[in-house]
Design a protein. Sequence first.
Length: 246
Amino acid sequence: MRAIIADDEQHLADDLHRRLLCLWPELQIVAVVHDGVAAAAALAQIKPDIAFLDIRMPGRSGLDAARSAATDCRVVFVTAYDDHAVQAFDQVAADYLLKPVSGERLARCVERLKQRSAVAPDELLMRLQQLLAAPVKPDPLRWLRAQVGQSVRMVAVEEVCYFQSADKYTSVLTRDAELLLRIPLKELVAQLDPGQFWQVHRGTVVNVRQIVSAHHDILGKVTLTLRDRTEKITVSRGSAHLFRQM
């Protein structure tokens, strides 16, 4: 069985690649691409048996790219947004994984693919009903309002290097500033784009685009180097698997 992976976040694509090879060593990952145009080209040229496609990608969406797949290609959509579920299932997706994908959920998906059986119609209907009944998730937070003295400073979320828990508050670290938000980190995380911001420790959430490298010491401890900050970020053991390929 041959497969491709398409995800615009390279760290997520590499992590999925590694986890799939652990769960299914016989599976050949023949291409890993990072935009919808490249995904469509890979589907048309390689004609893989399985395609793991992110939905929101530059160039073309995963839903768009899936139209280039051969009729017998098993498409699995992997995304942080469940508002596309109906469209995904309308294209007869083999499965639909919501980020962050748990090990148990990915293992179930792999087992289905090994058996070459798509999601049963009754299970498909049940999932759709659950998704449609769930509250609609708002778009990820794009701007932060931080109190600075008697003024309010507007900060674009994409400019944040990382967030640090500060009891009932959250510290916001940008390239040239440290600001304080009057909201606990736990509440803030739920409003962030999980594809761009990873919780690498109980009290730390990092902008993936800021990560330059991950250092592994002899004891297995992982620390991150960021592009625009000098301090090192400690990764918890529970999140260390995200950086095994780095």
